[in-house]
Design a protein around this ligand. Structure first.
Ligand code: ADP
Ligand code: GN1
Ligand code: MG
Length: 370
């Protein structure tokens, strides 16, 4: 956070919420690309209690009230499912801590939105799976998320970021950014721009399947990176799905696909050495197995057969979003250095290429699980 930003200080924001007890300390936390996240520690009756305080990214979320409304309704629904299953709802879903005047969030005088969740203890959020089982368990977690929200009416959710995973619309936006070239950087990304343009036809595949009735709209998470799930620190089994800002109606295959683009890679999303970046088909199969187990038979046969399309679509779309942001001048994703978004888009395109090379194999794998 820059010192001269017009922001309420974190310590002032903390005073607004109903923590009880005395503040021990707070510090920046996690590796999200969007919100500002802080770990806040309090002492309540001699016991240390941890919370997550977040300042929502107002550039990304134009209607924070709608974001919070979606989160409150989805987590209330999940609470009941967890209770029915004999689980611990304080740990297995996000829990909103209200402000002293009983609101789910606080809007400060600068227009920034703040919110607090109970901290999920004794659990880990990983930026890369440490072994295959971690990836498998994250798949079970996101699959179960589908199953647990099966009876939640998807239509009642606000579309908090319009066309978030509508790839043809993303493609049109990419062309508009290119036309504008606000950063003047388009010349430095000619090969990457060509890569996207030559895949225009593919961007329509899922929207077409939806129009043909082959792909239902369900409640989806829409940001299924492994660091958005918490695994138990000892058993490494799923505890809680986090980062519910983009819960909306969407395609299950995109939830599947976003995890693949991030976790079935042999390197980090921003690895500069492309020789280290490969699509790992073994991990693709591992995730397929875990996701479908978590879904518990809820996906239709045509959805299962479109899982490879979801993987390629989310990887291409995310690369295109990084490239668009690079051309726009880094206005959306947090970046640590000048070419960060360009580096990120290159890893995604490398993965897309390798998926294309192994397409028949991917299709064979999912067919085994129909
Ligand atoms: P962003 O949208 O910026 O990715 P997240 O909501 O994913 O923000 O939070 C960033 C990180 O903070 C997560 O990846 C996770 O490591 C950590 N985190 C978020 N909420 C919690 C929570 N309730 N308990 C423990 N850790 C959390
Ligand atoms: C953002 O917030 P975070 O870091 O979990 C982004 C995702 C991208 C991802 C790329 C709201 O996710 O869509 O896939 O970065 N979230 C939003 O790492 O745009
Ligand atoms: Mg996150």
């Amino acid at each position: 956070m820059k010192k001269n930003d017009s922001y309420l200080t974190v310590s002032d924001a903390i005073k607004v919420f109903d923590f009880g007890g005395t503040l021990i300390d707070f510090r920046p936390f996690g590796n999200g690309h969007i919100n500002d996240t802080f770990l806040v520690r309090f002492r309540v009756n001699g016991i240390e209690k941890k919370y997550i305080l977040q300042r929502l990214n107002g550039k990304v979320f134009k209607n924070p009230e709608q974001v919070m409304s979606n989160i409150v309704s989805v987590t209330s629904f999940l609470r009941n499912v967890i209770l029915k299953n004999g689980g611990d709802p304080d740990r297995e879903t996000l829990n909103v801590v209200k402000t002293k005047d009983k609101k789910a969030y606080y809007k400060d005088g600068y227009g920034n939105y703040w919110r607090v969740f109970l901290f999920i203890s004794d659990a880990v959020s990983l930026d890369l799976p440490e072994d295959e089982n971690d990836f498998y368990q994250s798949a079970v977690a996101f699959g179960s998320f589908q199953k647990d929200l099966e009876d939640f009416p998807a239509k009642t959710l606000f579309e908090t970021i319009p066309d978030f995973h509508n790839t043809p619309v993303r493609y049109e936006n990419f062309l508009k950014s290119l036309e504008k070239n606000a950063s003047g950087r388009a010349d430095t990304a000619l090969a990457e721009i060509e890569f996207v343009k030559s895949r225009k036809a593919f961007t329509n595949v899922l929207e077409d399947a939806f129009k043909k009735g082959e792909l239902p709209k369900r409640v989806t998470h829409n940001d299924t990176k492994i660091n958005n799930v918490m695994l138990d620190k000892d058993t490494r089994e799923p505890v809680c799905v986090l980062d519910l800002d983009t819960v909306m109606a969407g395609y299950s295959v995109n939830d599947f696909g976003d995890s693949i683009r991030f976790g079935a890679s042999t390197a980090a999303e921003d690895e500069k050495d492309l020789n280290k970046v490969h699509f790992d088909i073994g991990l693709f199969e591992t995730y397929t197995r875990g996701f479908l187990k978590g879904c518990g038979g809820r996906l239709t046969e045509s959805e299962i057969m479109l899982l490879p399309e979801g993987a390629k679509m989310m990887t291409l779309e995310c690369g295109m979003r990084f490239l668009t942001d690079y051309i726009d001048g880094d206005i959306y994703f947090k970046t640590d250095y000048d070419d960060h978004n360009l580096v990120r888009c290159r890893t995604q395109f490398k993965l897309v290429e390798e998926m294309e090379q192994q397409w028949d194999e991917m299709k064979k794998i999912v067919a085994k699980y129909k």
